[in-house]
Design a protein around this ligand. Structure first.
Ligand code: BES
Ligand code: ZN
Ligand code: ZN
Length: 495
């Protein structure tokens, strides 16, 4: 999608030229050289119609023709500009293009010598990510309205040829985010455990470094993944257990395992969810979409490390065969689990997956990603995901990645004393710990199955799926976690 021009040329063949401005105390000031356009674009500034505030926009016609138009784009106060400011401001420019049906634009990069906190690379990162992550619409199932026009060509003005490889990398990562969003947004009736398995299998053809193993229901029974089986019993769709590996460093012993919750629809089971709580539950496989997209992207980028997505996938439905509250089921590692509530199903299939991975995949670290609890939404809302971790080093690596990509994590406590809330009289453990600290007891439940392997749990119940767009996060599936984990992996390989 991107091409590069070092300087603003005198001829412009795009429909729109995006020009950045700072907010200064007296008036907006150009954030880059505007060349011959300088005089033409000054009128909204002179008239004080445009101040250069963060995300502010003004349109200027450069001639009697409609095109090219210039879009003045505010970046806010110069000393405060960071990568996230750039993502959010350039995202606004893309939304303007979507409103107007514009496909081809020239984008002028702000001058880095003017910025304190942002390097040249980071400038490109902020601008390109703001554009890429906003240039997405989920409209596969809309037939009545006209499709939103997406950007097709973007010329970055002020970048160098040598930056092109970096821009391509950002495009690959955005593709991964789109894949995660698409999988989450698709109908639950389409995105079934078998569908997720077929997507993972297909990646083998696309990337030679990827190897996929699928366990069907028979094999899941044979392997005794008893909790995954229990959750899937009430569904017409068989459960699936997916293992998709990218081997980028065959000689290295390091092996990162990403476990993704793959509940393709969560009715709550016999402890049925009420109306109002079930409508978005096709998003309950967001963790699996993140795990599969992250490993796919790691392969696309050729990251020199070994990373495996493990996805236990099932549909939590109601039927005569449904698993029952009060009954006891057995985990892969032999632990017996009393079902206190069939709606606490995510931790069940994740327990099987974590226990299986710990025993068979020789992981040096495990990270699970899951829309696990309503409780984390109450605590952190839909901007921030919960991080639970049994090792400070791993937690800090994830928190640093989180800062860099602006996918905010907040570390929550694995408070030992609450572990006793999971006590059962009739089994080794119960799958609910009561209403208080619900996201913590859910995490403590998972911790029982990871042994002494460094492990992190990301509860993305709030951030995975939005009822309203937020900056470059779209309404519905966000793909939260893909950029975070790719950043985490990219820094791993260097350490
Ligand atoms: N899938 C839900 C959690 C969820 C809630 C995801 C809101 C996205 C948005 C999970 O399976 C669930 O139902 N958890 C219960 C657990 C409870 C029964 C202990 C919850 O959080 O209420
Ligand atoms: Zn549930
Ligand atoms: Zn669920």
């Amino acid at each position: 999608m991107f091409t590069i021009l070092p300087k603003l040329a005198s001829r412009h063949d795009a429909e729109l030229i995006v020009l950045p401005f700072w907010m200064k105390p007296k008036k907006a000031e150009a954030a880059a050289s505007l060349g011959t356009l300088k005089d033409a674009v000054m009128s909204p500034i002179a008239a004080k119609d445009f101040k250069g505030e963060k995300g502010e926009k003004a349109v200027v016609y450069l001639s009697k023709e409609k095109e090219p138009r210039a879009l003045l784009l505010g970046l806010g106060k110069q000393e405060k500009v960071c990568v996230e400011t750039l993502r959010r401001s350039y995202s606004e420019a893309v939304k303007f293009c979507q409103e107007k049906g514009i496909e081809k634009i020239n984008v002028v990069l702000p001058d880095i010598t003017e910025m304190r906190k942002v390097s040249a690379r980071e400038t490109i990162e902020g601008v390109c990510e703001g554009i890429l992550l906003t240039n997405y619409k989920w409209e596969q199932l809309v037939t009545l309205d006209e499709e939103t026009v997406l950007l097709k060509e973007v010329t970055l003005i002020g970048a160098l040829e040598k930056d092109l490889a970096f821009v391509k990398r950002l495009e690959s990562i955005a593709e991964g985010v789109y894949l995660s969003r698409d999988l989450t947004n698709g109908n639950a009736d389409d995105v079934t455990p078998q569908y997720l398995a077929s997507v993972a299998k297909k990646m083998e053809q696309e990337f030679p470094s990827i190897h996929t193993t699928i366990f069907d229901k028979k094999r899941i029974e044979k392997e005794k993944l008893g909790l995954l089986l229990a959750v899937g019993r009430g569904s017409d769709h068989d459960p699936a257990f997916i293992i998709m590996s990218h081997k980028g460093a065959p000689r290295s012993k390091e092996h990162i395992v990403i476990v993704g919750k793959g509940v393709t629809f969560d009715t709550g089971g016999l402890n049925l969810k009420p109306t109002g709580s079930m409508e978005t539950m096709r998003d309950d496989m967001s963790g699996s979409s993140v795990a599969l997209s992250t490993v796919t992207t790691a392969a696309a980028l050729g990251l020199p490390l070994n990373v495996t997505a493990v996805v236990p996938s099932a549909e939590n439905c109601i039927d005569g065969k449904s698993f029952k509250p009060g009954d006891v089921y057995r985990c892969y590692n032999g632990t017996t689990v009393e079902i206190g509530n069939t709606d606490a199903e995510g931790r069940l299939l994740l327990a099987d997956a974590l226990a299986y991975a710990a025993k068979n995949l020789k992981p040096t670290c495990m990270i699970d990603v899951a829309t696990l609890t309503g409780s984390i939404v109450v605590a952190l809302g839909d901007d921030i995901a919960g991080l639970f971790c049994n090792q400070d080093k791993l937690a800090n690596e994830l928190l640093h990645a989180s800062k860099r990509v602006a996918e905010t994590l907040w570390r929550m406590p694995l408070h030992e004393a609450y572990d006793s809330k999971l006590k059962s009289d009739i089994a080794d453990i119960k799958n609910i710990g009561g209403r208080p600290a619900g996201s913590i007891t859910a995490a403590l439940f998972l911790q029982r199955f990871v042994g002494d392997i460094p492990w992190a749990h990301l509860d993305i119940a709030g951030t995975a799926f939005l009822s309203k767009e937020n900056g470059y996060w779209p309404k519905n599936g966000v793909g939260f976690g893909v950029r975070l984990l790719i950043d985490f992996l990219s820094h791993k390989k260097n350490s």
